[in-house]
Design a protein around this ligand. Structure first.
Ligand SMILES: Cc1ncc(COP(=O)(O)O)c(C=O)c1O
Length: 387
């Protein structure tokens, strides 16, 4: 029998952004979508069963954070990420993006310089702006072996007064699963300059091809200035439940942040989101392993397809996340024009220029969908580029 990864689900008519709101991005609808970062397959059985049971009980009232929930999160950290945490360190919050905005407001000065490493997930830019902080860029370096962090550039910005860094790990959109050595070097610099490290690890469960993600939680020297942002929203495809967990080992930072949340009544987490996360962390491990195998095979299918059919497109090595990053600069077209042509051919992808200045000519593709849909999307890309 075909797996649910293979069959997927028809999401049309559920007000889902990817399928039902294409007009806004592409000026047309009916495209095969490979855009916003959720998957086109259902979450795992334990999550569905737990949600059903909770809904059947009939009251979705105000709910506090159960010890079982915290134990499930801590258990996942230890089993999947080799990070032993105190349950006290867990601060459940809604989405990670609003969480980062709150963190900047609570933990940095109003004129703080905040480092980002473009090309990177574009809401980082928005929340820095929205919180009135100043964005300072340490662009990733690209050579023939792929993307790397610019440690000299990072140190320079720290020296020049930056006080926080938003790290994306694994990195959306360049698919890097940063190595332990790279992260240790980053941790050393940030600890030396007392930089607040907001480590967005929303994709932490999605290291592909048997790779291992290293959480910044592995570097205790950072603990007085560290927030690790985690969620099961990407790995278990429950992003609409807007539930995540900030893990904050440093007492002072955590207390300051908790006080900020309490003063704003931001302490009541999403009831069904917590039900889903607990079930995923308690019973979803085998399903996640299967999802990772499927995603790894999807990534390979894309790399092979490009090599055979569109050799002018350079695909960043898909180490992690389900968002692939294509360098299409050899076609001499800007990202918006590339995306427009691909949409005309029937598929919806994201313009690389959204992820930072200097990435015109790049395009991002979400591969978390049935293989058949993925291959049909690649045919559209080929038709758009090669006719
Ligand atoms: C790096 C990164 N952070 C955060 C998010 C979104 O987080 P949330 O929906 O919890 O706000 C995404 C979604 O694609 C992402 O890629």
């Amino acid at each position: 029998m075909a797996s649910t990864f293979e069959t997927g689900v028809d999401r049309r008519g559920t007000a889902c952004i990817k399928w039902d709101f294409q007009e806004m991005d592409y000026g047309r609808s009916g495209l095969l979508p490979f855009s916003i970062a959720d998957a086109d397959w259902p979450t795992c059985r334990p999550v569905l069963d737990a949600l059903k049971k909770r809904v059947e009980q009939g009251v979705i009232g105000y709910t506090d954070i159960a010890p079982e929930y915290l134990a499930a999160v801590a258990g996942w950290c230890e089993r999947r990420h080799r990070w032993k945490i105190e349950t006290d360190w867990i601060v459940p919050i809604g989405g990670i993006v609003p969480g980062i905005c709150n963190l900047l407001e609570a933990l940095t000065a109003p004129d703080a310089q905040v480092i980002v490493q473009p090309p990177v997930y574009d809401p980082f830019y928005s929340v820095i702006r929205a919180s009135g902080r100043r964005q300072v860029d340490n662009p990733l370096l690209l050579d023939e072996t792929g993307y790397h962090m610019d440690f000299a550039g990072l140190e320079e910005l720290c020296k020049n007064g930056a006080s926080a860094l938003i790290l994306c790990s694994p990195h959306n959109p360049v698919c890097r699963v940063w190595s332990r050595e790279e992260l240790a070097r980053l941790a050393e610099i940030c600890a030396r300059y007392h930089i607040l490290v907001i480590s967005d690890e929303i994709h932490w469960d999605l290291a592909l091809g048997g790779r291992e993600h290293t959480t910044m939680g592995q570097f205790p020297r950072l603990y007085e200035h560290l927030v690790v942002c985690t969620s099961c929203s990407k790995s278990f495809n429950v992003a609409g439940l807007e539930t995540s967990n900030l893990i904050i080992p440093g007492d002072k930072v955590r207390q300051t942040f908790r006080d900020y949340l309490f003063a704003r009544y931001l302490f009541c987490p999403n009831t069904l989101g917590m039900v889903a996360a607990q079930a995923a962390y308690e019973g979803g491990e085998a399903w996640l392993d299967e999802a990772l195998r499927y995603l790894t095979a999807n990534a390979k299918a894309v790399v092979d397809y490009m090599r055979e059919n569109l050799p002018k497109v350079k695909v960043a090595e898909p180490e992690g996340t389900f968002l692939l990053w294509f360098d299409m600069r050899s076609y001499g077209l800007g990202s918006e024009e590339l995306v427009r042509r691909i949409a005309e051919a029937g598929a919806g992808l994201n313009a690389g220029s959204h992820y930072g200045a200097g990435y015109d000519g790049f395009v991002r593709m979400n591969i978390a969908c049935p293989r058949k849909q993925l291959m049909a999307g690649l045919e559209c890309v080929k038709k758009a580029l090669e006719g």
